[in-house]
Ligand binder design. Structure first.
Ligand SMILES: NC(=O)C1=CN([C@@H]2O[C@H](COP(=O)(O)OP(=O)(O)OC[C@H]3O[C@@H](n4cnc5c(N)ncnc54)[C@H](OP(=O)(O)O)[C@@H]3O)[C@@H](O)[C@H]2O)C=CC1
Ligand SMILES: O=C(CO)[C@H](O)[C@H](O)COP(=O)(O)O
Length: 466
């Protein structure tokens, strides 16, 4: 249907842009999309739900002309140079007061730069994290907006309409200043990497106990009906049943073990080091994807170090508990990072809102988010969710079996670096006096770096060994 003005414009009609735009149309907004690939603009209208107002155009200027003022438009193009290219092509076409949104996985420092650049030109720029993949974008993603509050109010009705809902509450909320939206999305992805790594370790441990793909499906399905209920556990259960249409084998068994990545997990680790804040389970997940790429070396090393170490058998329940523990620690580290970053980078990220927004639509949605929501409602400045009584009660229930799993994995030579890292972090975090007094002594010994004492204030240096 032809119409003179459209409510919202989308640049980039790939997996996310196309689906989010069609979702907007399904909610009664008139939408228009542009992509540099004309086959995608052509396909947009035919993919729309009957009766909705959707238009695809082959020229960016045409799209901009057809938008209601102040214009509201989003780009969902690959992060990096494509975002800058789109911004440069938009600037001469826009008017002061228009709202430009980057909904992709951009690095938050790029977003900070762009906010400043476009503010100088009288344009509102927002970095918004969107999670949920293809299906989530089409039916209800989790949306993490940050930056210009005035601009947020202009697009808020639209974002609330298209987002996932949990008990009627939209999974979108203003999450802080400047680059906060992309920061929260980056940490979301760090947690996503971490949970995926832990699930893959669990898969290795269950396989070692002899579970078939059908039994793995049943196990994850059962877990998803219990306290581990979450999107990633749910899709993992499905994956074990999927057959390969080329060989009729289980598809998971014919997929290469080299895992790819687009960088957001690495950014989380890098930024955590900068702050600094400790997120070792996320670091481990990033490192394990890198190790997965050493295929040829691993094949060689497997020949050199092949062994048949044995360890006591593990029960499915023990492995379940180790996964629960690891997942809790992944959220604990990611949320502690957001808490710290919010202060250090002055982003004013509301943690209670973050966990509410993550309850639905996103890749890391899980029933645990309800528990975290209660923890932050009780104490919005909680530095680490491990200090919440309700969470401590869960941790105490599963840590014993986690120790058994770590011991068995170490004895039998199954790589379970994520679970091991979670346990070591936990043991350090719950240690009132760590052995790092020795590190201080060593630093002072070789570098005169000084140290503090436990019995009196001040800074000290010793001429060691004399
Ligand atoms: N896929 C996912 O599950 C998720 C992705 N994201 C993020 O969303 C963003 C988009 O991802 P996704 O939709 O998967 O990517 P796709 O590659 O599927 O789509 C991107 C689209 O943008 C087009 N494009 C690139 N440059 C321009 C330009 N200058 N002008 C107009 N169109 C352009 C591309 O065209 P062409 O192909 O011709 O280059 C392509 O059609 C990324 O930042 C991604 O990290 C976020 C959450 C989930
Ligand atoms: O943002 C996402 C989900 O939340 C994307 O799917 C993301 O690109 C996945 O990251 P990677 O490709 O590095 O595994």
């Amino acid at each position: 249907m032809a119409q003179s003005v459209f409510d919202f414009g989308m640049i980039g009609l790939g997996v996310m842009g196309r689906n989010l735009l069609l979702n907007m149309a399904d909610h009664g907004f008139s939408v228009i999309g542009f992509d540099k690939d004309s086959t995608k603009t052509g396909a947009l209208e035919s993919a729309a739900t009957a009766g909705t107002t959707v238009k695809g155009v082959a020229e960016l200027a045409t799209m901009v002309q057809l938008l209601e003022r102040p214009r509201k438009l989003m780009m969902l193009v690959p992060a990096g140079k494509p975002v800058d290219d789109v911004i440069e092509s938009l600037i001469p076409l826009l008017d002061k007061g228009d709202v430009v949104i980057d909904g992709g996985n951009s690095h938050y420092t790029d977003t900070l730069r762009r906010v400043k650049y476009l503010r100088e030109k009288g344009l509102h720029f927002m970095g918004i994290g969107v999670s949920g993949g293809e299906k989530g974008a089409r039916t209800g993603p989790s949306i993490m907006p940050g930056g210009d509050k005035e601009a947020y109010e202009k697009v808020r009705p639209m974002l609330e309409a298209v987002s996932a809902k949990v008990n009627g509450t939209p999974c979108v909320a203003y999450l802080g200043k400047e680059g906060a939206g992309h920061y929260v999305k980056m940490v979301h992805n760090g947690i996503e990497y971490s949970i995926m790594q832990l699930i893959s370790e669990t898969y290795a441990l269950l396989k070692k106990e002899g579970l078939s793909n059908e039994q793995l499906h049943e196990t994850f399905k059962k877990w998803n009906d219990g306290d581990l209920q979450s999107f990633l556990i749910e899709i993992t259960a499905d994956i074990f049943l999927q057959k390969d249409d080329k060989t009729s084998a289980h598809l998971v068994d014919v997929i290469s073990d080299k895992a790819g990545s687009k960088g957001t997990g690495k950014w989380t680790s890098q930024d955590a080091m900068e702050l600094p804040v400790a997120v070792p389970v996320i670091d481990t997940a990033v490192a394990m994807r890198t190790v997965s790429g050493y295929k040829d070396e691993r094949v060689e090393a497997a020949k050199i170090y092949s062994s048949s170490e044995s360890a006591p058998a593990l029960s499915v329940e023990q492995i379940h508990d180790a996964l629960s523990f690891g997942i809790l620690l992944s959220y604990a580290q990611g949320l502690a990072m957001l808490t710290q970053a919010s202060k250090e980078l002055e982003m004013e990220i509301p943690l209670p809102e973050v966990v509410k927004v993550w309850r639905g639509g996103c890749i890391i949605r899980s029933t645990l988010l309800e528990v975290f929501t209660r923890a932050y409602v009780a104490n919005p400045t909680l530095p680490n969710i491990l200090l919440s009584e309700e969470i401590a009660a869960i941790v105490k229930q599963v840590v014993g079996n986690t120790r058994a799993v770590v011991a068995s994995a170490a004895q039998s030579g199954v790589a379970a670096a994520g679970i091991m890292s979670a346990l070591s972090y936990f043991d350090a975090y719950r240690t009132a006096r760590m052995p790092t007094n020795l590190v201080q002594a060593q630093r002072d010994y070789f570098g005169a770096h000084t140290y503090q004492r436990i019995d009196q204030p001040g800074t000290f240096h010793t001429v060691w060994g004399e």
